[in-house]
Design a protein around this ligand. Sequence first.
Ligand SMILES: [Zn+2]
Length: 485
Amino acid sequence: MNRHLILTAAALLLASGAAPAESLPLQSVNKANAVIDAAIEAHGGAAALDALRTVVQKQDFVTWATGQSRRPGPPWDRAEVSNFNAIDLENEIFVNHNAGEGGGFVFDQGVIINGENSWQLNHFSGTAAPMAEPDYATQSGPFIRVTAPLLIRQLQARRQAAHWLGEAEVDGRMHDIVTLVMETGPGLALYFDRQSHMLTRMERALPPFGQVEYQFLDYETLGGVPFNQSLLLFVNGEPNLEIDVLETQINQPLDAWLEIPAALERVGEVRPDEFASQEIDEGVFLIGGNGTYSLFVEMADHVVAIEGTVVVPDAIAELRKHVADKPIRYGVLTHHHSDHIPGAAAYAKEGATLVTFKDNEAVVREAAGDPEAKLQFVDQRLSLSDGSRTIELYDIGPTPHAEHILIAYLPAEGIVWEADHFPVPPTGVIPPAVPVTRAFAEALERLDLEYGKLVGAHSPRVAGPADLATALSRQPANAAAAGGL
Ligand SMILES: [Zn+2]
């Protein structure tokens, strides 16, 4: 990519000796307004943009599982996803449906965000759950961020918060960069071609994962408004998503997509899952919230922590309310995925030994951010014991999810910990098994483990052998209509 940042706003203004009457922020806002006015004209004009009431779009996705593939490094695993979005901009209604496979999972699911009639649909498990707190801004954000005219409308509506960030040359053409802060999510930097005034590119920073970059391509005009027909998304410079728009309709009523398919079983409400601690056995704590959890096991004179997600620092703080004085001696990282290693930094700070695989050394050291971090590698299995309590770690890889992946087993307590292999919803029906669930069940069988409790990195619910049996016996509800959106 040929990109060269020539001057930042600050450098430019300092160099030009700004007049005292016009402050740096005022110049930045004025310049942003000029760029936004030209962009609105180039994207169909204010009247045509205002006349957009609904957008319905079918897209094909090709995804590259950056940091989420079976191996810890490139080349990343490629997958295909069918995606459908429908948005009613005036009434804040949003419908999404996506179906595909990846990482050993199969999915066919969506949401209907429509005020009090909001639902989470799962065509794979055959269920529809009402949503207690539907969030239009958060749910529609990903679609808006890949659809140029919807971003221009956001910029139009939120221009009072926009700044001119600077200018840059992209692929040999000069661009102005303007910031956009949407209702949710980090700030966006939009690149407008100085000649055509079209949106060609966007960037946003997502610590600790890095930078995301969007390229808007192949504009075609519909109702006087240019829509990008494809989009490329890069994470830290590596391809992550390629969107090919198959069909776009504007200003059609959305009624047909707001109905709950009769085949879906109505199940309990989806509620936000608050951060909490559960003592699932004496001295064994399941701590987390919002779909992400860790397990802490109290030993005679130390604690063993299992799982390395982003909740680890908060989970350690919560642990200290229950176990005040014992140091965390081991931080067990189940696998190398980007959402399962950020906790390495908190464990390293506690002086804990990071338990991982030799193959994952580089990504774990980088996540720990400490060249002195202590690492211990598991070769097939590792036993951690204080003489009275034992934790067995087993590599159950290769699975469809990861080349190497640890499960933890507490034989005396009959507890098994897993990550990303047995999806257990917080409440309600256990979904049919996906390929990873079968691999997990086969591993439990092969290792001949006796257990009563199954706990995992993405559920607050303690499941059991009967739940796993249920998953294995269920057929996908969508088998007849596979792949259809
Ligand atoms: Zn994973």
